[in-house]
Design a protein. Structure first.
Length: 675
């Protein structure tokens, strides 16, 4: 009888004094309970488990696996964590066992004698370029870059435009950002682009009424004071704008009105001073009367030290908006974006960020942010900041440095992603890839610039049909996109192929099952394999195995003998009836005769079916298994079996199971079939 029990840490710890006080583990039983020995603590189970997206990340982050991969397979292992499937290089046989002993695995306490029947995704042969994409560098074009493109610190726009295109400008920008680039390096670039060129010297509008600024935001108004402001907008958010006058700056809390205000709009506001989260603001509901517009010049942002940030966060007196610059690491969790600042536990929180602003932040990226700190939330934990500028802080030291009085002309622009690669001498757009940008995510109905759950499988074929309406049969594309799972955003890359009517996944990714057992305190791969081949068209695993069957008949029967068991389409054969097109074994005698009458002359229907079954059992499927599993081999003291679940068609579809024994390296022997 097996004893199977769980013992909590609390019970074990509580029992330690009693155990340690005895001379022997069972000394307490020397005279009390004759014949009873304390049983070993066991948790022996047989479980079935399907890997989740987070499990692949755990596998990639596991220290044992990192040591196993070494420098040579470091990138390939990291790609398993982002892509969510194993590869030929990073196989489940070698890298799954470490998961079962990882405390993050839900069954990590299983003991010897346990087994895990693991279902996982694996790519037999990744298309060239996929690993490079998921491990790509990331670069966001900065204000300084745009200034160089336009040749001026003053007369420029923070975007590319028809006269200064991304295609013409990005190669030199990337060359400067990555002077040590090596051939094959890939970068995902984020930038703004406009359909119109800016006008830097627009003629003055005649008879523009004078708009004198007020001088009331001096810092002296208190909560409850009435106030009239003549000012202009310097920053916008979903919660309201930031407005300045001659004396100072204030946040106008208006989440449900004033949504159409733009930077540079001159406004008149009659309202009351209020406070919230230790910050002064204009009370909710204030309406701003528009009175023309002007150019906006930002002050030099205050580069705050960690000590100054801590002091600001601890202040007990409400603050007026502070224009500052911060550098830190982005953390995206669900709907929340925070930036961990160097040298302090205080974090910056982009306040009222628009979707366009949110798209500039990527989880794990180090950025430099400029904006107005308008409030201090969660008892000093967060500085609520309305962002005016986001730049990369990793590509080069001067990435976010701008002239103190630089003036950027604002034009309507789109946020765009692109994939560039280095060929050893220059950077260029890599046509192997297409990458989703902000507008694509919006069109897909996504709140943020990423996909999650099963959205890629449904959204990406539609995206490709819309983006490449004139695709020809056989065209392929690598689709790069951001994927959100387990509170982390990663880069993913999927391969698609156009079959003449639609785009289908072509990653070579299939779902397989393997068994692992725990023995001698270690998890090892159990080489017995069960493969399920679903009936029907466009079933990747069925297509893979049955096409291998067809190829075996072509190479070993038709070509040597001149027979024509294989159809002209090359995806089904009637020597044994396998069909890569239909994903089954076609046992109809009439279909066999139609394809190759000479092969079945003078045979009855029953004889034809019997012959096709025997060929499938003893020739065709063993040949296909040898081609697909050349490394399968015998193991000392253990019989290794491959069990295949498949369907046969005789006018109706019927499921069957066939079993083969591994009798040598890449050699399979028929055992039984239940048809």
């Amino acid at each position: 009888m097996k004893i199977n029990r769980y013992i909590s840490r609390a019970v074990i710890i509580a029992a330690l004094p009693a155990i340690l006080s005895a001379c022997d583990d069972n000394s307490w039983n020397d005279h009390e309970l004759e014949g009873f020995e304390e049983p070993a603590i066991t948790n022996e189970q047989a479980i079935e488990y399907t890997l989740t997206p987070n499990d692949y990340k755990i596998i990639a982050d596991n220290a044992t696996n990192k040591a196993l991969a070494g420098d040579a397979l470091k990138a390939a292992l990291a790609a398993v964590g982002t892509q969510g499937y194993f590869t030929e290089e990073i196989s489940p046989r070698d890298y799954a066992p470490a998961l079962f002993s990882d405390p993050k695995f839900p069954y990590f306490t299983l003991s010897d004698g346990s087994s895990v029947k693991l279902t996982y995704r694996i790519a037999d042969a990744l298309p060239t370029g996929m690993t490079e994409a998921v491990n790509a560098l990331r670069y966001t074009v900065t204000d300084e870059d745009y200034q160089k493109v336009w040749g001026s610190d003053n007369n420029y726009t923070p975007a590319f435009a028809p006269s200064h295109t991304a295609a013409a400008s990005l190669p030199s920008i990337l060359a400067e950002a990555y002077p040590d680039a090596e051939s094959g390096d890939v970068v995902i670039v984020n930038y703004q682009t406009s359909q119109t060129d800016p006008v830097f010297t627009a003629p003055a509008e005649p008879d523009t009424p004078e708009f004198p600024l007020s001088n009331v935001l001096t810092g002296s108004p208190a909560k409850g004071d009435d106030i009239t402001i003549n000012g202009y907008v310097v920053a916008t958010s979903t919660q309201g704008p930031v407005v300045v006058d001659e004396a100072g700056t204030v946040f106008v809390y208006s989440p449900s009105n004033n949504a159409d205000l733009k930077i540079g709009d001159q406004v008149v506001i009659n309202s009351t001073i209020d406070t919230y989260n230790n910050g002064y603001q204009i009370a909710r509901g204030a309406d701003a009367t528009l009175s023309g517009s002007r150019e906006v010049t930002y002050p030099e942002p205050k580069a705050m030290t960690a000590a100054e940030i801590d002091a600001l966060a601890k202040t007990t007196t409400p603050i007026w908006p502070v224009y500052a610059r911060f550098t830190g690491k982005v953390s995206v969790s669900g709907n929340y974006i925070n930036i961990a600042l160097d040298g302090t536990s205080v974090q910056l929180s982009p306040y009222g960020a628009s979707d366009e602003t949110k798209s500039l932040f990527t989880d794990g990226e180090t950025v430099t942010v400029e904006g107005y700190v308008v409030a201090i939330a969660s008892k000093g934990k967060y500085l609520n900041t309305i962002v005016t500028k986001v730049g990369s802080a990793t590509a080069k030291a001067t990435a976010t440095t701008t002239a103190a009085q630089s003036r950027a002309v604002t034009v309507a622009s789109d946020n765009v992603n692109a994939v560039y690669s280095f060929n050893g001498s220059k950077w260029s757009a890599d046509t192997r890839y297409t990458i989703l940008s902000h507008a694509d995510y919006q069109l897909m109905g996504q709140r943020y610039d990423n996909l999650s759950d099963e959205a890629p499988a449904t959204m990406l074929p539609i995206y490709l049909s819309r983006t490449f309406p004139y695709a020809a049969e056989g065209d392929t594309k690598l689709v790069v996109y951001f994927y959100y799972a387990s509170s982390t955003t990663t880069v993913r890359c999927d391969a698609y192929k156009f079959d003449g009517t639609g785009w289908i996944a072509d990653n070579g990714v299939t779902t397989q099952t393997a068994q692992f057992v725990r023995t001698g305190g270690k998890w090892i791969y159990d080489p017995n394999v069960t493969i399920t081949l679903p009936a029907g068209r466009s079933q990747p695993l069925s297509t893979l195995y049955f096409q291998a069957c067809v190829d075996w008949v072509k190479n070993n029967i038709d070509t040597p003998t001149g027979a024509t068991y294989v159809t002209s389409y090359g995806n089904n054969e009637y020597y044994s009836g396998t069909s890569a097109y239909q994903g089954n074994v076609d046992l109809r005698p009439s279909a066999a005769r139609t394809q190759y009458a000479a092969g079945y002359a003078d045979m009855t229907d029953d004889q034809i079916v019997a012959a096709m079954k025997k060929r499938f059992e003893t020739e065709v499927m063993p040949g296909a298994l040898s081609a697909l599993h050349p490394d399968a081999d015998v193991m000392p003291g253990l019989d290794v079996f491959y069990t295949i679940n498949f369907s046969a068609y005789t006018g109706i579809t019927t499921p069957y199971t066939i079993k083969f024994k591994v009798v040598g390296k890449g050699k399979f022997e028929f055992v039984e079939c239940d048809w």
